[in-house]
Design a protein around this ligand. Structure first.
Ligand SMILES: [Fe+2]
Ligand SMILES: [Fe+2]
Length: 474
């Protein structure tokens, strides 16, 4: 068993954990076969597998059938003398075990994170059928198997440190289903269907990027095994965001090429994706991801920070923050009043940690938008993409359900209804994308609506056979 699971947690001498994992593994594989990528389980995918945590050699590339992927358990090596970087316990030694007083809160944090991992695999399970190239198909599956591994990383923590409760949570993680009426995934963005590749690229840009910041906050945790697990997950997350950002970038690139030759510049006449449609998809997934940060004013976030469970982005990076206790200071937020207009609300800093983390996320998103806009600029276009206001299209927090435009101006309900199809994907958009997204599975050929990548994976050329189909074997 232990040799089937690459790990650096000394699994071979941990009988109890082995037993728990042995019981969980068949259920996990059943889940993967039922809810993982549909129609490609017997094919050979050129995948990287994590085999160690060394920076120069953690990834091994080879053809693998996805159900045989070696989902491993890796933690970054312990730092000697690591101390708690923030909150009430600052300066004390980090914990190797779960303290009783915060057991419930820690379990909750881990389960919520864990739940997102299989959820995204479920959301993306039909995308392979409309892949724009073998390169993209392989990237989709790489993201999927790594989200599976992230589930393993969290399940390891639950089984190793939370006893029976943890084992039950691990089972439940295989029972909930994205978008299911009675037993959905825990967070809303992970219950939305991802039916086309533009949604996939926007999801991996914006929603995996939320993952980056949540994992980064947990990587600061005083519970050392959680910090070390999430640190290693972050190395994989970088590839997911790369897939998203370059995916959208290649769509933009192709659109600007097509605009030059399309009749009246209308790329829908030649099967491209118009810039305003791309913007609507960016808006949809950015705003759904903003919701994942939770309430602006949150007593939970104060508890998590005080107890040292969840920090800010780069909390322990020298020079990033001066004050790591945050007992003083406020975050000022403009909140709409019932009678119209806005009032300033001052939120004590610890209660505003969701917002502080979200601000780091938004800064990162702004850099992505700047890079996308450079593609337009280079092509000599005057159009630009915008990053929608934090008030726009929200389902969580103080702006939830209010008719703001993407620049943060409050509209009447009538104005909102009249304008929203300019800002959010419409049924016609979805129908159009369904129509142009037909599968391309010949090595080196790319769908008409997307530019080829600049480089291949792992030094391979862009016409490499990143997927070999079982149907071609005989
Ligand atoms: Fe993940
Ligand atoms: Fe991810």
């Amino acid at each position: 068993m232990s040799d089937k699971i690459p790990n650096n947690v000394d699994l071979s001498s941990n009988r109890k954990l082995q037993k728990a994992l042995e019981r969980w593994l068949p259920n996990y594989l059943d889940w993967w076969r039922e809810m993982g990528p549909e129609g490609f389980q017997e094919d050979w995918i050129y995948l990287r597998t994590a085999v160690s945590v060394d920076t120069d050699g953690w990834a091994h590339f080879d053809y693998v059938k996805m159900p045989d992927y070696r989902w491993g358990i890796f933690l970054t090596p312990p730092e000697k003398e690591r101390t708690i970087a923030f909150g009430d316990e600052i300066g004390k030694r980090v914990w190797d075990e779960v303290p009783g007083e915060v057991r419930k809160e820690l379990r909750r944090l881990i389960v919520v994170q864990a739940d997102t991992e299989p959820a995204s695999v479920e959301q993306q399970r039909l995308l392979g059928k409309t892949c724009p190239s073998l390169y993209d198909l392989r990237n989709l599956f790489q993201v999927n198997v790594e989200e599976g591994r992230h589930l393993w990383a969290m399940v390891y923590l639950l089984m190793q440190y939370f006893g029976r409760d943890g084992r039950e949570e691990a089972e439940d993680l295989l029972v909930r289903r994205s978008g299911h009426q009675d037993s959905p995934r825990m967070l809303e963005a992970f219950n939305k269907p991802i039916q086309d590749w533009l949604s996939f690229f926007c999801f991996t840009t914006f929603t995996d990027r939320d993952g980056k910041f949540q994992l980064g906050a947990l990587a600061e945790s005083a519970f050392d095994p959680l910090a070390r697990s999430t640190r290693f997950m972050l190395t994989e997350e970088a590839h997911h965001m790369f897939v998203g950002e370059t995916g959208v970038g290649r769509v933009i690139q192709r659109t600007v090429e097509l605009m030059k030759t399309a009749p009246e510049g209308d790329v829908t006449k030649v099967g491209g994706i118009p810039l305003d449609m791309i913007q609507r998809y960016m808006n949809e997934w950015l705003t759904a991801s903003m919701d994942l940060f939770g309430s602006e004013d949150s007593s939970n976030s104060a508890t998590f920070f005080a107890a040292g469970l969840k920090g800010r982005w780069e909390e322990s990076k020298p020079g990033r923050y001066e004050d790591h206790k945050c007992l003083e200071g406020e975050y000022t937020l403009e909140v709409p009043r019932d009678e119209g207009g806005f009032a300033e609300r001052r939120i004590p800093l610890r209660r505003a940690m969701n917002l502080v983390l979200r601000d780091s996320y938004v800064e990162d998103c702004d850099r992505v938008f700047a890079r996308w806009n450079r593609i337009l600029e280079k092509a000599g276009m005057s159009e630009r993409f915008y990053r929608a206001s934090d008030r726009f299209n929200r389902n969580q927090g103080v702006y939830a359900g209010m008719p703001f435009d993407p620049w943060g101006k409050l509209l009447s309900r009538e104005e909102w209804e009249a304008k929203k199809s300019e800002w959010l994907p419409t049924e016609a958009d979805r129908e159009y994308l369904r129509r142009i997204m037909t599968p391309v599975t010949e090595p080196g050929v790319y769908a008409n609506w997307i530019a080829p990548p600049k480089k291949g994976i792992n030094g391979k050329p862009i016409d490499f056979a990143y997927v070999k189909f079982a149907r071609d074997e005989n």
